[in-house]
Design a protein around this ligand. Structure first.
Ligand code: ZN
Length: 375
């Protein structure tokens, strides 16, 4: 069995990437970039364990995609994320890579592993073919190296080297700072890191996202409660002396939309994101809940195509509010209003809805992958 652990850093929030979807969640056909990178490296059969370091809000969703890797919560900086990952490494050697290096050639990885006992840190480098000037002086370019990642390190040496407040730009600089040894091997132009959105299409190893659509349904019911303000679809319903009984503000329409969106993304349900046992959500404005779900959905690589809603209510009268609800929901979802449809029906005086005891709402949402090839 190999004595190398692979750490893949995926905790970045892509602030320099200029896209709404986080870099690690862009789809390569159906696979998020982080999974594509993981599977490619896993297929080399060279690692005892793979550790994915990720944002805490995304780990439970990531577990839907892979159950044979370990997930670790990231830190505020790359170095902190790396340290969090290293705490879970038990092998003698560790290779650390960024999810943004999606197209590293296999021979670079295998060459790093082959050389693992040769120094404390094995580093791929590129030579420079352009003329290099340092502070107005042309210097011998044969002595200049461009350092690449991933690098392979002796686990204990790397842990010791990072046990400091100094921020290093790569593992080898940290190891050098405590007197560790470095061995350079030949890197590759293909190991380039994806930094900006428009660089994506220049990488021929990445397939475009699949263009299929995903549907999810949502359904919610709330009973009426006296002496409360009613909110439906984020809109205040006037002239009533009752609202909805709930832990939150009881906006049954928004709750149903949240479940439809989560369903389409395969991301569970509203209760998993906002447990009704949590005091934090007592009386909460459901618009805020929808907001945070929409941010999550865009972050993990989806776009919302359309939403269709059916309100089943004997009372209140929905018609006067339909347009306002449609506009409010479209704004919250960040889509054009023609892609939001609000329908209303009564229960023909049957059952609890017909007896005017509460309201039910049913929704369907359609999502597609964010298309990074068009940007
Ligand atoms: Zn609800």
């Amino acid at each position: 069995m190999s004595n190398v652990t692979l750490i893949i850093l995926c905790a970045g929030n892509s602030t320099r990437f200029g896209l709404q979807a986080k870099k690690q969640w862009l789809r390569i056909d159906h696979q998020p970039l982080w999974l594509y990178v993981t599977n490619r490296l896993k297929n080399l059969n060279s690692f005892q364990k793979i550790i994915i370091v990720s944002h805490k809000d995304e780990i439970s969703y990531m577990k839907n995609f892979a159950d044979d890797v370990d997930f670790v919560e990231g830190g505020d900086t790359r170095q902190q994320s790396m340290l969090n990952g290293l705490q879970n490494v038990t092998t003698d050697y560790v290779m650390v890579t960024d999810v943004a290096r999606a197209c590293i050639p296999e021979d670079v990885i295998l060459d790093l592993i082959k050389n693992k006992t040769q120094a404390d840190c094995i580093v791929p480098v590129l030579s420079v073919s352009d003329t290099v000037v340092f502070k107005d002086d042309t210097i011998n370019r044969d002595e200049v190296k461009l350092i690449q990642t991933p690098q392979l390190s002796n686990t204990e040496v790397l842990k010791n080297a990072l046990n400091t407040d100094i921020e290093f730009t790569d593992d080898s600089s940290a190891i050098k700072s405590i007197g560790g040894t470095i061995k350079y091997i030949k890197g590759s132009q293909k190991s380039k890191k994806l930094t900006f959105g428009d660089e994506l299409t220049s990488l021929d190893c990445l397939k475009a996202p699949n263009n299929c659509c995903f549907n999810g349904t949502g359904f919610d019911i709330h009973p009426f409660e006296d002496n409360k303000q009613m909110y439906l679809g984020g809109v205040k319903i006037e002239g009533l002396d009752y609202g909805f009984k709930a832990h939150s503000d009881g906006d049954v329409l928004i709750h149903s939309i949240i479940d439809a969106i989560l369903g389409a993304a395969g991301a569970g349900d509203i209760g998993e994101f906002f447990p009704d046992t949590d005091e934090k959500y007592k009386g909460v404005d459901s618009k805020l809940l929808l907001n945070s779900i929409v941010t999550f959905i865009y972050n993990v690589g989806y776009e919302i195509v359309n939403i269709d809603v059916t309100i089943i209510a004997q009372q209140p009268k929905i018609n006067p509010y339909k347009i306002q609800i449609k506009n409010t929901i479209a704004k919250l979802l960040n889509i054009e209003k023609q892609f939001v449809n609000i329908k209303a029906t009564t229960a023909e005086k049957l059952g609890f809805i017909g007896r005017k005891e509460g309201v039910a709402v049913q929704s369907i949402a359609t999502l597609k992958y964010y298309d990074w090839t068009n940007r």
